[in-house]
Design a protein around this ligand. Sequence first.
Ligand SMILES: [Fe+2]
Ligand SMILES: [Fe+2]
Length: 270
Amino acid sequence: MRILFIGDIIGRPGRDVVAAELPDLREHLKLDFVIANAENAAGGFGTTRAVANDLFACGIDLLTSGNHWMDQREILTFINNEDRLLRPGNYPKGTPGRGSAIHQARDGRRILVINAMGRVFMDALDDPFAYVEAELAACPLGEGADAIVVDMHAEATSEKMAMGHFCDGRASLVVGTHSHVPTADAQILPHGTAYQTDAGACADFDSVIGMDKEEPLQRFTKKMSSGRMTPALGPATLCAVFVETDAKGLAARIEPVRIGGRLKPAMPQA
Ligand SMILES: [Fe+2]
Ligand SMILES: [Fe+2]
């Protein structure tokens, strides 16, 4: 199965680069399933029904999220009825939405996507490792699903890397989100799981992690907040991770994808 995981889409520039590039990318890489993190898709904060629909329409099959999943309160009106939109599954019981879903890829095979959130330098949540363990036990690779992708939304690289090893041999891909900066450590772990600490973001990189740099600089240098963070509005780079699985659902290859904007381009061979 050929899977693309797109990092956090940040505001209009992020959505624009995805809409412009994904149709060709789907064709070029013969993608069977496309996942994207949409926690910053609507003006940098959360996602709305209209934004989610636009992202599905440009070729994304499933959206994950993170700590910003509820920033647009209207998500509460549709998340329970939208099985293509996940929030981290280790929120307390009773929180609206779901943390995992099984879908059919274009080649007919089943893919399980699990969204979890770290706890280091983040809000206190249930144990993400126990949550992912329960999901993997309920739907093992090769039995319940032909491919398994884990979006580990976390601040600490260590916690993301630990999740990679925790799932090694049991998932097709473990990829981090939330940092908004693509890491250069794409690899296949010893037992066959593809791993990258952070997928990066679809954002204007003349910014502070996708946000217009004036406000964050002011906050860092003067300890003063003069307003709300807004996405930087220059041309965005699409950052993603491409994975091809083998017959067992483990990784045959993992390659970073970067298109447009300021970052150095990266494009896997078809
Ligand atoms: Fe984010
Ligand atoms: Fe986040």
